[in-house]
Ligand binder design. Structure first.
Ligand SMILES: C[S@@+](CC[C@H](N)C(=O)[O-])C[C@H]1O[C@@H](n2cnc3c(N)ncnc32)[C@H](O)[C@@H]1O
Length: 261
């Protein structure tokens, strides 16, 4: 099976998740309906005032973060390759009465379906890079979509996390490459689903930096943080902001990056 076929299989897997995720406790859509923002302090602090800015949210899932940016006054476009996710995002936008455009497209095709060089901000966050077989091409897409002076904000689960098990034993090389096919029967929201295969592609922090700078973007900041968005092992403890820590903060758990064109 080649990467294109694997990406297509992933799309089916995401179609399966999108509908279920809308009603999950994990995403707390009711809270969002009631006014809660799904954004974390990292992206909000990095991007500052987004009022009136043209913001492109890549791999936007069912649009919760996209619509949270809209609530802050950005002019938002969300892109996802899952038809179910895009349909759910449009329904949610209608329901809460926020202006937003949602487009179904593979992230690699974005420059063919939206106007290149026209976005002030591109955002891609929390669970996106592992779905991409080619990080360099992703960086080139971002660079094409940003207007000169526009910025990219990326936040990701640190790739360290995928090389250790729940007991922090190293189970695979940080430097492994190539597609990883995995049989799964549940989602990160804790919901069960029928068994299917998902493919991820490992990445490294240096690979990300080189992809972005190779695409002509300037790295303004790169941060590694000892916090996670969810509890992955029993010893993790939650801080006052709701982020999860390993005792003693021994490992980077998130990586964030601000880059400009
Ligand atoms: C983990 S979710 C993003 C999570 C998002 N931060 C959130 O919590 O709502 C990953 C999203 O990427 C989308 N996706 C995966 N591969 C893609 C691709 N090649 N092109 C476009 N979207 C893709 C999936 O459909 C899914 O909605």
């Amino acid at each position: 099976m080649d990467d294109r076929e694997r990406v297509e299989r992933n799309r089916t897997a995401w179609d399966l998740r999108a509908g279920a995720h809308v009603s999950s406790e994990f995403y707390d859509v009711d809270g969002f309906r009631g006014g809660r923002s799904s954004l974390r302090k990292f992206e909000v602090e990095a991007l500052g005032d987004v009022r009136g800015k043209r913001l492109l949210h890549l791999m936007c899932h069912f649009g919760l973060d996209t619509l949270s940016w809209a609530r802050l006054g950005a002019e938002v476009t969300g892109v996802d390759f899952s038809g179910e996710a895009v349909a759910a995002a449009r329904r949610l936008a209608d329901e809460v009465g926020l202006p937003a455009r949602f487009v179904q497209a593979d992230v690699y095709d974005v420059a063919d379906v939206l106007e290149p060089a026209s976005y002030d901000v591109v955002v891609a966050t929390y669970g996106v890079l592992v779905w991409l077989p080619d990080l360099n091409e992703f960086a080139r897409v971002v660079a094409r979509m940003l207007r000169p002076g526009g910025v990219l904000f990326l936040a990701e689960f640190h790739p360290m996390l995928s090389m250790v098990d729940g007991e922090l034993r190293v189970r695979t090389s940080y430097f492994r490459t190539g597609a990883v096919d995995r049989q799964v029967a549940s989602s990160y929201t804790g919901q069960e689903m029928k068994e299917h295969v998902q493919t991820t592609w490992p990445w490294t922090v240096s690979g990300l930096v080189n992809a972005l700078s190779g695409a002509g973007l300037r790295i303004e900041r790169l941060d590694e943080l000892p916090v996670d968005l969810r509890q992955r092992s029993p010893e993790m403890v939650q801080d006052a902001d709701g982020f999860w820590h390993l005792p003693g903060d021994p490992l980077p758990l998130l990586v964030t990056c601000l880059a400009s064109r």
